[in-house]
Write a protein that binds this ligand. Structure first.
Ligand code: TYM
Length: 337
């Protein structure tokens, strides 16, 4: 049995990048035969980036509703909030004790912060919390707690999975005594949409303010966001080079091979950007409109989502607790009797 696991940080609502990079591939993987899946809301991770309790709580509900609306089947998938699994922070500590500080110095999130501080002439660690610094260890615990084989993520998370493998190897080596406690996970990156660009062509991200929201604002919001995608200044009728255009990359993430080819041919033949944007809207909306109405129905039933997540937490803890007991024993935290 192959285990597939992925999580999403609950600091806001989701954008198209999260959907094509993580949610859609994860749901598809969960439908394969011989796969057992673990999908969760990374709400401990959210505390690193956000100190607005209302926003964090709201986001947990929204993201749970998005997963369910996107077709997550709770009879096949263990679906939970990270913070409902106390074994995860406990494992985080065991892993923290075998992780070298030097490796954490190289983690993207931390390096990004120190590089920005250096550029601004500030103290390197200004505004850096220990949460941000050890973020990858908490993520390693998420993955190793369930011994996942495959982790569907966007390309921006690949470094974290590599770090998880290192931490797992070190732990196995130090305490395994010939047996491996942890499976070494593989990142599962959907090559076509490894990193979806946002309105301005940079990686689509909440923090760049260039995101196209998945459901927020409804069909109207989607259309308005698409209107803001930056294109070159070619006029209607002028031939356009499709490759490298943000609009085309986003189109590809939702299109069949035949549609991709046709869209390119039309642009080369002079399709107006306004018309291209309309086609992009139609394509995306055809896929997500049914999900959007399920989402709206689910958001009206928070008690149903709460019950679903409570059940998921019980299922997840039934897997986590026995492994954690073995790990505690392995590191020397044993009963005297
Ligand atoms: P987060 O919440 O930033 O993003 C959730 C998922 O969306 C993917 N993603 C993208 N994919 C394609 N194009 C984009 N523009 C884009 N932007 C975001 C991310 O790669 C991710 O897969 N640390 C993780 C959450 C996490 C996790 C885990 C993931 C916590 N524990 C264990 C996997 C396994 C994060 O902050 O993702």
């Amino acid at each position: 049995l192959q285990r597939v696991l992925t999580g999403i940080t609950t600091t806001g609502t989701l954008h198209l990048g999260n959907y094509v990079g993580a949610v859609r591939p994860a749901i598809l993987a969960s439908q394969e035969a011989g796969v057992e899946s673990f999908f969760f809301m990374a709400d401990y991770h959210a505390l690193i980036k956000c100190d607005d309790p209302e926003r964090i709580n709201r986001s947990r509900l929204e993201i749970a509703a998005i997963w369910l609306a996107a077709g997550l089947d709770t009879s096949r998938v263990t679906f939970y909030r990270q913070s409902d699994i106390p074994e995860i922070p406990e494992l985080t500590w065991l892993l923290t004790c075998v992780t070298s500080k030097g490796q954490m110095n190289r983690a993207h999130a931390y390096k990004g912060a120190t590089d920005a501080n250096a550029a601004a002439g500030e103290d390197l660690d200004a505004g850096v919390t220990m949460g941000l610094y050890s973020y990858p260890i908490l993520m390693a615990a998420d993955i190793l707690m369930f011994n996942a084989h495959r982790v569907p993520v966007g390309r921006d998370q690949v470094q974290h999975i590599e770090m998880t493998r290192d931490v797992a190897q070190r732990f196995n080596h130090l305490f395994g005594k010939g047996r491996d406690f942890f499976v070494l996970p593989e990142a599962n990156v959907e090559e076509d949409v490894a990193l979806l660009p946002g309105l301005d062509g940079r990686k689509m991200s909440k923090s760049y303010d260039n995101a196209i929201p998945l459901f927020e604002g409804g069909a109207k919001g989607l259309k308005e966001a698409i209107a803001h995608i930056v294109t070159d200044s070619k006029l209607p009728g002028e031939p356009k080079e499709p490759e490298g255009q943000t609009l085309v990359t986003i189109y590809d993430a939702f299109a069949s091979a035949a549609q991709r080819q046709q869209f390119r041919a039309d642009l080369r033949a002079g399709l107006a950007w306004g018309e291209a944007k309309q086609q992009l809207f139609d394509l995306i909306d055809a896929e997500i409109a049914p999900l959007r109405s399920r989402y709206e129905a689910l958001m009206a039933q928070p008690e149903l989502i709460e019950a679903t997540l409570q059940e998921g937490a019980a299922k997840a803890r039934a897997v986590a607790a026995p492994l954690l007991a073995e790990l505690r024993h392995a590191v020397g935290l044993r009963s005297f009797a």
